[in-house]
Design a protein around this ligand. Structure first.
Ligand SMILES: *[C@@H]1O[C@H](CO)[C@@H](O)[C@H](O)[C@H]1NC(C)=O
Ligand SMILES: *[C@@H]1O[C@H](CO)[C@@H](O)[C@H](O)[C@H]1NC(C)=O
Length: 382
C-alpha cells in the first residue's frame, strides 16, 4: 500500500495545541497503514470498510474544525487534510467494490433455472418465460411474442408488468419456465401479480386488487403479491392492513429485500399511526433491505436519510459517500467507466449532503432549522 508522507517536517513544527492535534491524527493514520494484516480485504473481509470510513471521517471533521480556528493556514494542515481525503476516497471505493461483490455472492431468492427439456426449436409465441429485471434483480413474467433466431434462442418478448416488448436471448436475461413451476402455479401466480402491477400503472384499483388476490391464491408462498397488497393498502391509506400484508410477506420469505423497503417507506411516512401495530422502525427496515440487497440504491438513500433524522451524522456521511460512488456504477457486472447513473439528480445533490453531515458531526445544528432531506428522491416502488 502506498505510504503518504507529510510534506512538512514534524520536528520543526512549533508545539501548539493545533500542532499536537495534527500529530496525533497523523499518527493514527500512519498506524492504520502499519496494521497491514488487520486491514480487511475485499476477498477476505466479513465487515467491509465501514469502520475505517467512520474513523477517517471523524479525523477529517476534527482536523477541519481545528484548522478553521488557526490564524494562518499551514501547508502542513493542508497536506494532512489531503492525505486523509485520499485515504477516505480509497476506502469508499473499496467499500463499494465490496458491496458489489457481496451482492453477487448473495443467493438471490427465487433464482430461476432454465428448463433444459425445452429445445429452442420448440419455442413458440405465447410461451411463458421468466425475465430478469436488472435493477431490482427480480425475475418477472414475460411471454414470447416472436421468434427471431431459433439456433441462438433469440426472440421478442412481452414483459407482463410493463406491457413492453424487448429483444432477449435465452439463458441471458430470460429463462424458460420449469414444468413444475407451471404446474404448481408459481409462474401463474407471478403472472397475476404482474398483471396487478400493470393495472396499478393503468390506475385500475379494483382489477389490481383482484389480480393480487388471485396471485396469492395460486401460490400462497409467493412474497411478491403479499408485498404488493401492502403497497395497495398503503395507497388506500390503511396503515394497519398494509402492515399486516408486509408482515405476511416477510413471514413467507424473510430474505426478500423489497418488502422491507416498502414497509420502511410506510413507517417513514406514517410512523405515528404505525407504531401501535409494529415492532419495527423505518431505519431497521431500511437497514435490513440494504443488507439483503446493497445495490438497490433507493434503500441506501433512505438509510442515509434515517441516520440524518436520528442525528447519527458520521453514519449518515458514510451512507451518502457510498451512495455517491455506487450511483456511478450500480450494477455488479457493469464496467467501471459506465456513465449511466442510477439517479442523475444525486450526482449534484450528494456532495452538498456530505458537506452538511461532515459539518454536523462536529457542530450539530443547535437551532435545528432545516431538515435538508425533505425532497424525496426515491420513487421506485415495485
Ligand atoms: C403484453 O402483455 C400484457 C399482459 O398480458 C397484455 O395486456 C398486452 O396486450 C401484451 N402486449 C402485447 C403487445 O402483446
Ligand atoms: C469504456 O467502456 C466501453 C465499453 O464498455 C469501452 O469501449 C471504452 O473503451 C471504455 N472507455 C475507457 C476510457 O475506458
Amino acid at each position: 500500500m502506498m505510504m503518504l508522507l507529510p510534506s512538512f517536517s514534524l520536528a520543526r513544527t512549533r508545539p501548539s495545541r493545533v500542532g499536537v492535534l495534527f500529530l496525533l491524527v497523523w499518527l493514527s493514520i500512519c498506524c492504520s497503514f502499519l496494521r497491514g494484516n488487520e486491514v480487511p480485504t475485499i476477498e477476505g473481509s466479513k465487515e467491509g470498510w465501514k469502520d475505517e470510513i467512520l474513523k477517517l471521517q471523524l479525523e477529517l471533521a476534527t482536523v477541519n474544525t481545528a484548522g478553521s480556528g488557526a490564524t494562518t493556514t499551514s501547508t502542513g494542515s493542508e497536506s494532512l487534510v489531503s492525505a486523509i481525503r485520499a485515504k477516505l476516497a480509497e476506502s469508499v471505493e473499496q467499500e463499494s467494490d465490496w458491496m458489489r461483490k457481496q451482492f453477487r455472492e448473495i443467493p438471490r431468492p427465487n433464482e430461476r433455472l432454465d428448463n433444459e427439456n425445452v429445445p429452442n426449436r420448440d419455442l413458440r409465441p405465447g410461451m411463458p418465460l421468466w425475465f430478469l429485471l436488472e435493477t431490482p434483480q427480480w425475475w418477472v413474467t414475460a411471454k414470447i411474442v416472436e421468434i427471431l433466431d431459433v439456433s441462438e434462442g433469440r426472440f421478442r418478448v412481452n414483459i407482463t408488468a410493463e406491457d413492453r416488448i424487448v429483444q432477449a436471448t435465452r439463458g441471458e436475461t430470460v429463462r424458460t419456465v420449469a414444468i413444475n413451476e407451471f404446474i404448481l402455479g408459481i409462474w401463474k401466480s407471478e403472472y397475476e401479480r404482474d398483471q396487478g402491477e400493470l393495472a396499478r400503472a393503468q390506475n385500475k384499483p379494483e382489477e389490481r386488487f383482484k389480480r393480487y388476490q388471485e396471485a396469492i391464491k395460486l401460490d400462497p408462498k409467493n412474497p411478491h403479491p403479499l408485498d404488493n397488497m401492502g403497497l395497495y393498502y398503503t395507497d388506500q391509506g390503511d396503515v394497519q392492513q398494509a402492515i399486516h400484508w408486509y408482515e405476511q410477506s416477510i413471514q413467507v420469505q424473510p430474505d426478500w429485500y423489497h418488502t422491507y423497503y416498502n414497509y420502511g417507506n410506510l413507517l417513514r411516512d406514517s410512523y405515528e399511526t404505525a407504531k401501535q401495530y409494529t415492532q419495527w422502525t423505518a431505519l431497521q427496515l431500511f437497514e435490513k433491505a440494504f443488507q439483503l440487497n446493497p445495490l438497490f440504491l433507493d434503500t441506501l438513500w433512505n438509510v442515509a436519510d434515517q441516520y440524518h433524522k436520528a442525528q447519527r451524522y458520521n453514519e449518515e456521511c458514510y451512507a451518502w459517500r457510498l451512495l455517491h460512488t455506487l450511483n456511478r456504477n450500480p450494477h455488479p457486472k457493469r464496467k467501471k467507466n459506465n456513465t449511466i447513473l442510477w439517479n442523475p439528480h444525486w450526482e449534484q445533490d450528494l456532495p452538498r449532503r456530505i458537506a452538511n453531515c461532515m459539518q454536523a458531526m462536529v457542530m450539530p445544528n443547535p437551532t435545528g432549522t432545516t431538515d435538508g432531506n425533505q425532497q424525496r428522491q426515491t420513487t421506485d416502488e415495485l
